[in-house]
Design a protein around this ligand. Structure first.
Ligand SMILES: CC(C)(COP(=O)(O)OP(=O)(O)OC[C@H]1O[C@@H](n2cnc3c(N)ncnc32)[C@H](O)[C@@H]1OP(=O)(O)O)[C@@H](O)C(=O)NCCC(=O)NCCS
Length: 226
């Protein structure tokens, strides 16, 4: 469940090597090389998120000047429908969200990346961590994009880049994500990125007044090595 635009939950991204810009096939084949990379401490990774480049997107840390772009889609009730945050009511909500994410970064805690459409230079979404467990070497990821840009493969591009980055940079064993069963597009993004659906948690959360069923998906380091 993506609650990354709220004034409390999170996510983030990094840069993807050009060899991974193609489809999932290349993603899988390019993987082993990245698993060999030296990992860094989580605090160092989170305090300085790497910039990631995909075919159409740049993923980078959020900055204050992103407020208007983020507000333009985070105020859309359709975008907020299946995530845990409420639509932003004003730019002040968006600025508070950005401040919150930047504060996390200063503290070396997991946060979010801005998803920038390179063609326009505008922020069209965010992707990042809901939480990270150093003890379990696991994390949860979430994302949301402007409605104008749905169904063009951008969430898939961003999530692939993040998967590559986090497994190559962090001592991570498991990355998970959840989606509201009424939001199959999000499940499809996870599936296209190689995440496996593990099961359904019935009425796991209360979202906007309703108890909703969620599916849990994950990808393990060993899935990437297979
Ligand atoms: C979910 C979301 C991130 C998807 O982003 P996106 O950029 O449109 O995703 P992609 O284009 O990479 O992939 C979408 C896939 O879902 C499919 N899809 C779209 N609507 C669908 C539906 N109603 N049922 C089933 N599949 C659907 C698309 O056809 C595509 O699959 P394909 O490539 O096999 O054709 C975007 O809709 C969004 O930001 N929603 C609001 C926030 C949100 O719900 N975040 C997820 C929280 S877990």
């Amino acid at each position: 469940m993506s609650n990354e635009n709220l004034v409390h939950p999170i996510e983030r991204t990094c840069g993807i090597p050009s060899s991974l810009k193609g489809g999932f096939f290349m993603f899988r084949f390019g993987w082993m090389r990245f698993l060999d990379c030296d990992t860094v401490s989580p605090a160092s990774f989170f305090s300085s998120l790497p910039c990631l480049e995909t075919e159409h997107l740049s993923l980078r840390p959020l900055c204050r000047r992103d407020a208007q772009d983020i507000f333009s889609y985070a105020s859309d009730p359709e975008v907020a429908r299946y995530v845990l945050w409420e639509p932003h009511r004003s730019l002040a909500d968006t600025r508070a969200f950005i401040r919150y994410v930047r504060k996390l970064s200063f503290r070396g805690l997991p946060g979010s990346w801005a998803v920038v459409l390179r063609e326009t230079g505008r922020v069209i979404g965010t992707i990042g961590f809901m939480w990270y467990s150093e003890a379990d070497c696991s994390a949860e990821i979430g994302y949301s994009l402007s409605r104008r840009h749905w169904n063009r493969g951008y969430a898939t591009e961003a999530l692939r880049a993040v998967i590559c980055s986090v497994f190559s940079s962090l001592p991570l064993n498991r990355l998970e994500a959840q989606y509201d069963l009424r939001n199959p597009a999000s499940g499809r993004v996870m599936e296209k990125c190689g995440m496996r659906r593990e099961g359904i948690l019935r009425q796991r959360i209360r979202n906007k007044g309703e108890f909703v069923d969620v599916a849990v998906c994950s990808i393990l380091r060993s899935d990437l090595e297979a």
